[in-house]
Ligand binder design. Structure first.
Ligand code: PMV
Length: 309
């Protein structure tokens, strides 16, 4: 088997605005390269095969679980005018699936990059976004695009659906702490639930969305102005509002409470919710040490690293 090319992508973390972002409310997300997905494309003399954590075998028999990837490969094979034969796709990833870290978007981005790398074609960010969004729409019916934009631009992103996005520099002397609840998030289900709530309780939803909008606006300023105290207050407000949207859960609330007893000021869910990860900010290394000892999966990233370039 000859390696033709590879593509990689990191993960993303939504800091504020998830769910509301689907309806045009501003959200903030950052790239997180503490975990990565790599896609390798090999030339073979056999039927197309896939080797991933969820599926190993013939491409044509691939299951529903990787339907987005399957459709994306099909589309790329067509776009590149390739034979429907003779390739092996190897997917190596330590981005936990369904944890609100953008694992599906990372897989799509890495797959597109791998194709363009394998066949030596220059890939623009616009084209990468277009193709990754194609797969994202299969994964969950109405994606805002926040995940894909953040992974493609690899910068902190201020995102308003259908209006645009801006990358911006963060100036925060603190660490972002990500704690896994070890329960899968359920983005498709929670996005559908918010959609239903929007129909059944439009006034309430408007009120919640307005407040989330304010949280994102103030959080952007706090992130730019090294204002950890305000940011922590906003994280708590965002979590309260996400709870009102019914996308939190017992495991999320318990994880947040436990993290607070270990010294975190505030935490919120990130991404689709129901399960997945919770996030918060601290500059206290002793607290981070306690959290790392108590919880099974904790990731920490220095926000200071995000204000370069
Ligand atoms: O669970 P994730 O990482 O796919 O994030 C979903 C974020 C939502 O705002 C809930 C949906 C979206 O498309 O932005």
């Amino acid at each position: 088997m000859k390696l033709l090319g590879s593509g990689t992508s990191g993960a993303k973390i939504i800091l504020t605005g998830e769910h509301a972002v689907v309806y045009g409310i501003p959200a903030i997300a950052i790239p997180f390269n503490g975990v990565m997905t790599t896609v390798n494309i090999y030339k073979t003399e056999e039927e197309i095969t896939i080797d991933s954590r969820f599926y190993k075998g013939l491409y044509q028999d691939a299951t529903q679980i990787i339907s987005g990837l399957k459709s994306l490969i099909k589309k790329l094979i067509k776009e590149f005018n390739l034979d429907d034969y003779g390739y092996h796709f190897e997917i190596i990833s330590d981005i936990e699936p369904q944890r609100g870290m953008g694992s599906s978007a990372a897989l799509s981005v890495a797959t597109v990059k791998a194709f363009y790398n394998a066949f030596n074609i220059k890939l623009s960010n616009d084209k990468l976004i277009e193709l990754a969004m194609f797969a994202e729409k299969i994964h969950h019916s109405n994606p805002s695009g926040l995940d894909v934009y953040t992974l493609v631009y690899e910068k902190p992103v201020w995102f308003i659906r259908d209006e645009g996005f801006k990358t911006f520099d963060i100036n925060l002397d603190a660490h972002l702490v990500i704690i896994d609840t070890n329960l899968m998030s359920q983005t498709r289900t929670s996005v559908e639930a918010v959609k239903k709530m929007r129909t059944s309780s439009p006034k309430l939803i408007t009120k919640i969305f307005d407040e989330i909008s304010l949280v994102s606006c103030k959080a952007k300023e706090a992130l730019k102005n090294n204002d950890l105290k305000t940011l922590n207050k906003l994280i708590a407000i965002n979590q309260k509002l996400l709870k009102e949207l019914n996308v939190s859960s017992e495991i999320i609330e318990t994880t947040i409470s436990r993290a607070k007893t270990l010294g975190m000021t505030s935490m919120k869910l990130t991404g689709g919710g129901i399960g997945g990860c919770v996030i918060g900010f601290t500059n206290d290394l002793a607290v981070i040490d306690k959290l790392s000892k108590y919880f099974r999966n904790v990731w920490v990233t220095n926000m200071g690293g995000l204000n370069e370039g």
